[in-house]
Design a protein around this ligand. Structure first.
Ligand SMILES: Cc1ncc(COP(=O)(O)O)c(C=O)c1O
Length: 295
């Protein structure tokens, strides 16, 4: 593989260059990342008709794979996409991570699409790339966030299965456009809000805030994705004596909170240091959150 190969996630070197594995004819095979592995007619490409997961690779392994497998199954079911089974997914993960250097954090993206449709086999593949330096910087230094409205009432998606609330679909063009909008106004990331101004989620993250001695996160019946990192944090926080709650919240609640984080598997807990142009602190709580996530 050529040194310094370019991926959407940045430029990477030869040892930790990006990798691909594909599920084909009942077997996981690695493929040259520069070679096409789907046809131009794949519905994942043409319509974003598929689902995905981003799995953190640490120490050369995937310690948090299981909740991602469960969510990929759930997402596939919501889109009525045939799922090839957890063992197939495990096999592409094992193939793509095999021999990856333990000291290099990576993101393993699992893509499952409807393939060519009409009852043909779905497309399953795994991509692997080093975690970009900018993601690591945001994890350490925190992020400036702007609220942006999604324009849907908080309770609507629960009544509208065609909007695919709760599914991690490949149709992330809106999410990426929101992040570009944030960059255009000098911020790093976004908190989506409902029509009524309720906090929903980030384009690639779950919102968590600390207030009144508790950790809070918005309810999933708003159509947001159930975050695996948030679930892990809340379980460990409760075990550690830090109460948790599922709470509706507004941007004003985030402004007055002791701390706010955007949580995701790859970036971890990114402390919100500026919200809608206002600087904000974390009351020293980020260290505890990071410790709980790392345990
Ligand atoms: C929309 C959205 N919400 C939340 C998350 C966080 O999920 P997880 O913690 O499982 O990475 C993601 C992750 O990519 C996401 O895309």
């Amino acid at each position: 593989m050529a040194a310094g190969w370019r991926t959407p996630y940045g430029r990477v070197g030869p040892v930790t260059g990006e990798r691909v594995a594909v599920w084909r004819d009942g077997t996981a095979r690695t493929a040259d990342p520069g070679e096409p592995v789907v046809t131009a007619f794949d519905l994942g490409l043409g319509r974003g008709d598929g689902v995905f997961e981003s799995v953190h690779v640490v120490g050369g392994g995937t310690p948090h794979l299981e909740p991602h497998l469960a969510r990929l199954r759930r997402s596939a079911a919501l889109l009525d996409i045939a799922h090839p089974g957890d063992d197939a997914v495990r096999a592409v993960v094992a193939a793509v991570t095999d021999g990856w250097p333990g000291e290099v954090e990576a993101a393993c993206r699992l893509l499952l699409t409807r393939g060519l449709g009409d009852g043909t086999a779905p497309t399953l593949l795994a991509q692997l790339a080093a975690v970009p330096a900018e993601t690591l910087r945001q994890r350490t230094e925190g992020i400036a966030v702007v609220p942006l409205s999604l324009g849907v009432p908080a309770g609507f998606r629960a009544t509208a299965p065609w909007l695919l609330g709760g599914a991690k679909t490949l149709s992330y063009a809106v999410n990426m456009a929101a992040v570009r909008h944030a960059h255009a106004v000098g911020a790093d990331d976004v908190v989506f809000t409902s029509l009524e101004g309720r906090v929903l989620e980030g384009p690639t993250s779950t919102v968590v805030w600390a207030a009144g001695g508790r950790l809070h996160t918005p309810p999933v019946d708003t159509g947001i994705l159930a975050g695996t990192t948030q679930a892990r944090l809340f379980q460990r926080a409760r075990d550690d004596g830090w109460p948790t709650a599922v709470s509706p919240g507004t941007v004003a609640d985030l402004q007055s909170a002791d701390a706010v984080w955007l949580l995701s598997g790859i970036r971890g807990a990114a402390t919100v240091t500026r919200l809608d142009g206002q600087p904000r602190g974390d009351a020293g709580l980020s260290q505890r959150v990071r410790r709980l996530l790392q345990r």
